[in-house]
Design a protein around this ligand. Structure first.
Ligand code: NAD
Ligand code: UDP
Length: 328
C-alpha cells in the first residue's frame, strides 16, 4: 500500500515508518519538523516538509502522490503545556486533523489510523479501562483528541472515511537497533527523564505528587513499547482494508506501574543511583491509567512483545547510550 504518515518524523511515527517499510509498504511522510527529526525518517521513505494546516501544502501532497491510506501522528502532546496553553492544542490537534480530513475527502482517500490517547478517559471510573468507559478528559490535550475522535465518527457517516482511533497509554522504549528512539525537546516524559538523571545529565528526579490514592501515593501508568504500538498501526490498517469497519482500540500492556516503581526499575537496569525529590502534583494528571487491550488483541490480532517494564526500559537505555545527544 501507499501510506501517508503525518508526523512520521516524530517518536512513535518514525518507529511505525520503519515497520511499514519492513512490511513492504511505500511510505510518504508529511511533517513540519516542529518536534520531529529529519534523521529519524527511514531512508526509504519520501519526506515532505510542511504543516497539515497549510492547505496548499496538503493539496500538493495529495495530488502529487497516490495515497491509499493515512496514519496521523501529527499533534502536540504535552499534558502540562496543554493546561497552560489550550488554544495552541486546539489549533494544531483539532484544526490540523480537520484540514487533513478535508484533503482526504477532496482526494477520495477513505482510510485513516489516528493517534488517540488514554488521556481521553480523564480520571477513570474503573481500575482497568475499557473502550466503552466514560470519556471525561482532565486536560485540554485529552479534549482535543476526543474532539477528533468525534469528528472521525461523523466523517465516517458523512463521507465514508473509515478510521481506527488508537488510544495509546504511555509510549516508551526505542527501536531494538538503537537507530531511532525518543528525543523530545524539552523532554517531559518520565522514562527518558529518569534515564537522563541516571546518566548524570540532571541533578535529581522530581516526582510530581505522592498523595494520589494509589499504593505508594505516586501516579500509576501502563507503559507500552513503541515497537508494539507501531505493530498495532499496521494491524489496524490491515483490518480497515479487510473489513471496511471503523473502530476504537486501547493499546497498553494491562499492567500499571507507579512513578516510584519506574524509578526503581531504571535504577536496577542501569545499576545507577540518583537523588529523588517529591514535588507538587502536575496539573491535569489522572492518578491511574491502565488499559484493557482485549479488544485490540481479539479484533486486530495484536499481542505486545515487549511486555515487561524491564524490557521496555532496556531498549530506552540502549538508545540513550548509543545516542547520548539524541538526534543532534
Ligand atoms: P512527537 O512530537 O515525537 O511526534 C509528532 C510529530 O508530528 C512530530 O514529528 C512533529 O514535527 C509533527 N507535527 C506536529 N504538528 C504538525 C503539523 N501541524 N503538521 C505537520 N507535522 C506536525 O510525538 P509522539 O510522542 O511521537 O506522539 C505521536 C502521537 O501519539 C501524537 O498525536 C500524540 O498525541 C500521540 N500519543 C503519544 C503518546 C506518548 O506517550 N508519546 C501517548 C498517547 C498518544
Ligand atoms: N512524572 C514525574 N516526574 C517527571 C515526569 C513525569 O513524576 O519528571 C510523572 C507524571 O506526573 C505522570 C507520570 O510520571 O504521573 C507519567 O508522565 P509522562 O509525562 O511520562 O506521561 P503522561 O502520563 O503525562 O502521558
Amino acid at each position: 500500500m501507499n501510506v501517508l504518515v503525518c508526523g512520521g518524523a516524530g517518536y512513535i511515527g518514525s518507529h511505525t515508518v520503519y515497520k511499514l517499510i519492513e512490511k513492504g509498504h511505500n511510505v510518504i511522510v508529511a511533517d513540519s519538523l516542529v518536534t520531529g527529526h529529519k534523521t529519524a525518517v527511514h531512508n526509504d521513505a519520501l519526506l515532505f516538509e510542511g504543516d497539515l494546516r497549510d492547505e496548499d501544502f496538503m493539496d500538493r501532497l495529495f495530488s502529487e502522490n497516490r495515497i491509499d491510506a493515512v496514519i496521523d501522528f501529527a499533534a502536540f502532546s504535552l499534558v502540562g503545556e496543554s493546561v497552560q496553553n489550550p488554544l495552541k492544542y486546539y489549533e494544531n490537534n483539532v484544526y490540523g486533523t480537520l484540514k487533513l480530513l478535508q484533503a482526504m475527502v477532496k482526494a477520495g482517500v477513505d482510510k485513516i489510523v489516528f493517534s488517540s490517547t488514554a488521556a481521553v478517559y480523564g480520571e477513570p471510573e474503573n481500575n482497568i479501562i475499557l473502550e466503552s468507559d466514560k470519556t471525561f478528559p482532565t486536560n485540554p490535550y485529552g479534549e482535543t483528541k476526543l474532539a477528533v475522535e468525534k469528528i472521525l465518527k461523523w466523517s465516517d457517516r458523512a463521507y465514508g472515511i473509515k478510521f481506527a482511533a488508537l488510544r495509546y497509554f504511555n509510549a516508551a522504549g526505542a527501536h531494538i537497533s538503537g537507530k531511532i528512539g525518543e528525543d523530545h525537546s524539552p523532554e517531559t516524559h518520565l522514562i527518558p527523564i529518569i534515564i537522563q538523571t541516571a546518566a548524570g545529565k540532571r541533578d535529581k528526579l522530581y516526582i510530581f505528587g505522592d498523595d494520589y490514592p494509589t499504593k505508594d501515593g505516586t501516579c500509576i501508568r501502563d507503559y507500552i513499547h513503541v515497537t508494539d504500538l507501531a505493530d498495532a498501526h499496521i494491524k489496524a490498517l490491515e483490518k480497515l482494508v479487510r473489513t471496511n469497519e471503523s473502530g476504537i482500540y486501547n493499546l497498553g500492556n494491562g499492567k500499571g506501574f507507579s512513578v516510584k516503581e519506574v524509578v526503581d526499575a531504571v535504577k536496577k537496569v542501569t545499576g545507577k543511583d540518583f537523588p529523588v525529590e517529591i514535588k507538587e502534583r502536575r496539573p491535569g494528571d489522572p492518578s491511574s491509567l491502565i488499559a484493557s487491550s482485549k479488544k485490540a488483541m481479539e479484533e486486530l490480532g495484536w499481542t505486545p512483545k515487549y511486555n515487561t517494564l524491564d524490557k521496555i526500559i532496556e531498549t530506552a537505555v540502549k538508545w540513550h547510550i548509543d545516542n547520548p545527544k539524541g538526534y543532534r
